[in-house]
Design a protein around this ligand. Sequence first.
Ligand code: CA
Ligand code: CA
Ligand code: CA
Ligand code: CA
Length: 306
Amino acid sequence: MTISQFIKKISMTVAGTAIVALGGTTTAQAIFITPSSNGNDLVQEILGSGITIAPNSINYTGAAGASGFFTDGLSSGIGIDSGIILTTGSAVDAIGPNDSPEKTTKNALPGDSDLDGLIPGYSTEDATILEFEFETQGGDVFFNYVFASEEYIEWTNSKYNDVFGFFLDGENVALIPGTSTPVAINTVNGGKPLGTDASYPEYFNNNDLDNGGSNFDIEYDGFTNVFTVKALGLEAGTHTMKLAIADVGDSQWDSAVFIEARSFSDMSDDDPQSLKDVPEPSVLMGLLAVGFAGSLLQKKSIKSDN
Ligand SMILES: [Ca+2]
Ligand SMILES: [Ca+2]
Ligand SMILES: [Ca+2]
Ligand SMILES: [Ca+2]
């Protein structure tokens, strides 16, 4: 590592104790995770109406603890109540409260060439992949998801551009609405520092301890709104789906994708859970708190190579 690379990897962070005390909210429940790397169980959880899974087509690639089921997601504010989680580290580390800017599990697994292809110039590590083949009765496919990460906010717009992809017959359909742009750290964020050089910030929910968090009872420092995959007019017959997520630039700072239970279907959900009872972040209190806490305490955080 050169000196300049080393310097780039040093960030100043601010302890969040005062922020939690001032801006935190209490909730009766919060997201709960049950780890599983059983591909059949994971696919069954997201399977909705009008979809038939091809026999013996399900394949899970990843660490045993990297994936699982989640419940009570609405109480943590992610807009989806239950479903499956795929991560680049440890699934149980999604559980709040947010007590670290850098929750990390190195799984020492390779990346994925399809994901590499989404972010030219970067390379992936610690890939977690759930693949299956299916038929759709209605000819369409819909499902709902949220992307979340510890890379927010300190590594926004850096090389640690964690990414995921939902590859339908090899083509990524996890795109920012109305664009052909994959959803990743550097494409959906609130900027760094928050509010500077943001990308689609209207889709970003800040939960960063050093930037007014924690607004949500979940470990990830930021996450997207609920996005819906819409793939219309598929030909009759069997299609492939590959759900994949990976770290980028190194194997540290976990990212995750949440996929809603029973949402993988041939019909659009007209009443998504995201419209029901999502807590509002205490933005004003958070902004006041970060200004206050910023003068109290600082520590250095170093993101070293593997
Ligand atoms: Ca965190
Ligand atoms: Ca972070
Ligand atoms: Ca990792
Ligand atoms: Ca990462």
